[in-house]
Design a protein around this ligand. Structure first.
Ligand code: SDX
Length: 393
């Protein structure tokens, strides 16, 4: 028992921790945030309502929602000195590299929200992170495309403000399309939390030492970047582009089944879901909604994705291995249609997942039985032995 992870008696690699935040039933394909089905939250609420729910454990009253939205909106600006950080990066830096650096740097700015023993400071740190992530992510995008930073506008919704900061330019007016803003908001809801995934466990482990909360989130971002985790949305779109046409899908399905071929279908399979990822269904519907709103007919990448899903779901190999599309399978097509380049996809995942990381971090820090995480190991190295002098080797 380390207070955070409960190790199996056999000290296997499986470790677990207790949480009240998110429930997943991998066999049934169920995902609940504080008991509410993801389908209902995505349908009826907005992302800031989901943030409130994950942080406080209940749906906000109308007054609580207005107060929370106002508090978040008031923190969307970043210290002007922060913009200097970006100029230290090469223009062709991957935006995730920028995010890891800039978010970590927040720990050098907001000294009044790093005393994690103070409930008020913990909540201020949480609000600041949720509020500033869209601004920081948009600045990372603008920097890599050489356009000027765009300041947040408080009259816009959270998702609309983000699209505005990414796509508006001083030279011409920019109106956020409400259908696309709603789709962006729903995509944020789908990515908000997902129990003890790799990046959330990273944030918990970093936080268990009492580290600065901004630094813990930077650690989570670094972990999410990997192609086996949050980087899969970028990898999935690149894979669909590589397949190119529907008639080449069968060739790639065969590659994915070949044990001698390291190729895996990006956006397929999951550590927990052995059924359809409920988020993938909503993402597929959102993809169609965005493409319809943009008047995109017969998107070849979407056609390849739908053919790939159809073949894979009827293939005995995928059925036996219980491999289904996950959230990353359709998100790339949708995000590209919204105007984002592939290297921004995982940045958007990190933006949305920040509330999940923060909620899980708060839950852990506020647990009185909490102790520093210290996963044990099964030692398989050399037994004790004497030193051998150089001349005797
Ligand atoms: C996310 O944990 C989370 O909750 C993560 C996440 C979140 O919201 O935080 O849901 C976000 O990371 C989603 C996953 C995104 N990653 C990808 O789409 C990358 C492609 N997927 C695979 O790399 C893989 O499915 C993993 C990494 C997601 C899971 O790997 P596992 O645990 O090895 O999968 P498994 O144990 O279920 O595999 C069973 C078998 C294995 O073959 P055998 O060893 O039994 O012979 O299926 C094979 C795997 O090799 N397999 C695949 C495959 N995924 C698993 N074969 C082909 N293509 C795949 N995508």
């Amino acid at each position: 028992e380390t207070g955070m992870f409960t190790l199996d008696p056999g000290f296997t690699s499986t470790a677990s921790c207790e949480s009240e935040i998110t429930y997943i039933d991998g066999d049934e394909g169920i995902l609940l945030y504080r008991g509410y089905p993801i389908e209902q939250l995505a349908e009826h609420g907005d992302f800031l309502e989901t943030c409130y729910l994950l942080l406080y454990g209940h749906l906000p009253t109308p007054e609580e929602k207005i107060d929370f939205d106002t508090r978040v909106t008031r923190h969307t600006m970043v210290h002007e000195q922060m913009s200097k950080f970006y100029t230290g990066f090469r223009r062709d830096a991957h935006p995730m590299a920028v995010m890891v650096g800039v978010i970590g740097a927040l720990s050098a700015f907001y000294h009044d929200s790093t005393d994690i023993s103070d409930p008020h400071q913990r909540m201020v740190a949480s609000l600041r992170m949720i509020a500033k992530m869209p601004t920081i992510a948009a600045m990372a995008y603008k920097y890599t495309i050489g356009q000027p930073f765009v300041h947040p506008r408080n009259e816009l919704s959270y998702a609309a403000n983000f699209l505005h900061m990414c796509f508006s330019v001083p030279a011409e007016p920019y109106e956020v399309n409400p259908v696309l803003a709603r789709a962006m908001d729903r995509i944020f809801i789908l990515h908000a939390d997902h129990e003890q995934n790799a990046s959330t466990s990273t944030v918990r482990l970093a936080g268990s030492s009492g580290a600065n909360p901004f630094g813990c989130i930077a650690a989570g971002i670094a972990c999410l970047w990997g192609p086996a985790h949050g980087g899969a949305n970028e990898a999935a779109l690149n894979m669909l582009h590589e397949i190119g046409t529907v008639d080449r899908v069968a060739e790639y399905v065969a590659k994915a089944k070949d044990k001698n071929d390291p190729f895996r279908l990006m956006g397929f399979g999951h550590r927990v879901y052995k059924n359809y990822d409920p988020r993938a269904r909503i993402m597929q519907a959102t993809c169609h909604e965005v493409l319809n709103e943009l008047g995109v007919k017969d998107d070849p990448t979407l056609e390849v994705a739908m053919e790939l899903e159809k073949i894979a779901l009827s293939d005995p190999y995928f059925i036996e291995k219980k491999l289904y599309p996950n959230i990353d399978f359709y998100s790339g097509i949708t995000l590209r249609a919204l105007g984002f380049p592939a290297e921004m996809f995982t940045v958007l995942f990190a933006l949305a997942r920040t509330v999940g990381w923060i909620a899980q971090w708060k839950e852990m820090v506020e647990d009185p039985s909490q102790r520093i995480g210290r996963p044990r190991q099964l030692f398989t190295g050399a037994p004790s032995r004497d030193y051998i002098e150089m001349e005797d080797r």
